[in-house]
Design a protein around this ligand. Sequence first.
Ligand code: PGA
Length: 253
Amino acid sequence: MMSSDRQPLVAANWKMNGSLDTIRPLMGKLIEGIRADVKAEIVICPPFVYLAEVASLLGRSGMVLGAQNLARHDSGAYTGEISAAMLLDYQCRYVIVGHSERRTLYGETDVLVAEKFAQANKAGLTPILCVGEYLEEREAGDTDNVIARQLDAVISKCSIESFDQAVIAYEPVWAIGTGRTATPEQAQEVHAFIRLRLARHDERIADNVRILYGGSVKATNAEELFTMADIDGGLIGGASLDANDFLAICRAA
Ligand code: PGA
């Protein structure tokens, strides 16, 4: 739909993987491999405890730092939580919000996800808002309803204008870490639906927002996904832990 001068974005979601011994060589290979021919913006989202290390390794590589989660409060008696301000202290620019693992394993509701999105926005971090349906929901023909519900919760709490500084990631839960990727057509259909849903409020914002696909993206399927009109890059889990695979995905974007 409409224009598409959106800069591609590829984000690495390392999840709870890695150690100082593995991230140093991984970052070394990425920095060496990211050449001028990579047009996409590259965001690395390590576990919290490695943010400082990765921030210092990133240096002038052009890649930027993101976090995997944040607290919904500013500060205070919230043992174990990490605030938006703390992420800014470590040069984070992005933060993943509402990943399906957070929603499913840690009980994050649409309301909580919207609160976290608001926190990120208020602090000047760019939230990467994850949305996506379970397999049963897809099979029941409910995909659009689920995505609409997840988006609307954020729009009603934070306003459509907040999407001027946000990225959306469509991650069908049945495709995450399963090796079962959505087809380019299946993904495109949902991406177009997301854009339409935002366009009901503001066409310019809908046209400008970057929508990433996530769920078993690999070096071998990235290109066909990224050529679809409404797919502006990827949120990469498993394949981001291998420098060669991740670099190939970055080049495909
Ligand atoms: P995957 O994970 O690439 O390993 O499927 C994607 C994600 O959870 O962000």
